[in-house]
Design a protein around this ligand. Structure first.
Ligand SMILES: Nc1ncnc2c1ncn2[C@@H]1O[C@H](COP(=O)(O)OP(=O)(O)OP(=O)(O)O)[C@@H](O)[C@H]1O
Ligand SMILES: [Mg+2]
Length: 253
């Protein structure tokens, strides 16, 4: 069985004020793969995600999603069906009840008036309930989001993603504000849901331990360059040491 390519990044480059954030990055991703993007602070991980979601434009290179350029999906207003994002700061509206935050994942399918209306009378309650049930917090459906713990809020963000149901899930440091036990719990859930829904999952992580345990492939970035792209079981401690080594220690090399 051949698995099709869902994402292809070719020669991608991005500069901010003439400083390189990402340089000639190329890789391709097969449908259903689970990839951890690792690398030190400032390596270009978030920049890569911002490029993949069209938030910023590259100065060179191309991004193909399902064989079509990213702006093709943007023009057809279908990018949200292809790519969904979950971030470190869950970007939930804390003053709203959980159900409203979950249903934001539906906005792409709704017209303007239905979207507005939903903030008065929640629509598709059943859809929200089922998503919350899958992440284990259906009892919180009408609770004010700000009253939830960090771990629970991240589950709300996961439920919102379930409702959006994109083909590719990008998670940018999804657990860095959680304690280790809750962090592992969320990563476990993220990978399980992606498996169940046959989604492609690409996550940036500062925890190499979680990357090794839950992801089959690691792409390492350093100073905006590809440092390695390997199956997780081929990543050695010495490669990781080189990846995270601070500059001072590099000087006599
Ligand atoms: N909007 C911006 N304006 C100017 N420089 C930027 C901007 N966004 C990113 N950069 C620069 O690009 C480089 C890569 O940043 P990026 O946020 O992608 O790193 P990262 O790998 O996500 O780091 P972290 O692990 O700390 O989240 C950094 O040097 C950063 O200062
Ligand atoms: Mg980042």
């Amino acid at each position: 069985m051949t698995t099709s390519t869902i994402l292809e990044v070719k020669n991608l480059g991005k500069t901010f004020e003439r400083k390189i954030s990402l340089s000639s990055l190329s890789f391709s991703v097969k449908k259903g793969e689970k990839i951890a993007i690792i690398g030190p602070s400032g390596a270009g991980k978030t920049t890569l995600f911002n490029l993949l979601t069209g938030i910023v434009s590259p100065y060179e290179g191309t991004i193909l999603i399902d064989g079509q350029a990213l702006d093709y999906w943007q023009r057809k207003k279908q990018l949200a069906n292809k790519v969904g994002v979950i971030r470190q700061q869950f970007d939930l509206v804390e003053s709203l009840p959980v159900i409203q935050n979950v249903l934001v994942g539906r906005l792409k399918d709704w017209g303007f008036f239905k979207s507005l209306w939903s903030f008065v009378f929640p629509q598709d309650k059943q859809v929200a309930y089922q998503a919350l049930k899958r992440v284990g917090i259906e009892d919180k459906i009408y609770v004010r989001t700000s009253s939830l713990s960090g771990g629970e809020q991240q589950r709300v963000a996961l439920a919102r993603l379930l409702v959006q149901s994109p083909e590719i899930v990008l998670a940018d440091e999804p657990v860095s504000s959680l304690d280790p036990a809750r962090a592992e719990d969320v990563i476990k859930m993220l990978t399980k849901l992606a498996d169940e829904d046959n989604q492609t999952l690409i996550t940036t992580l500062h925890s190499v331990e979680f990357a090794t345990k839950y992801f089959t492939r690691m792409i390492a970035l350093k100073n905006g360059h590809l440092f390695f792209d390997l199956p997780s079981d081929e990543v050695t401690p010495s490669l990781l040491e080189d990846l995270y080594r601070l500059k001072e220690f590099n000087q006599d090399e």
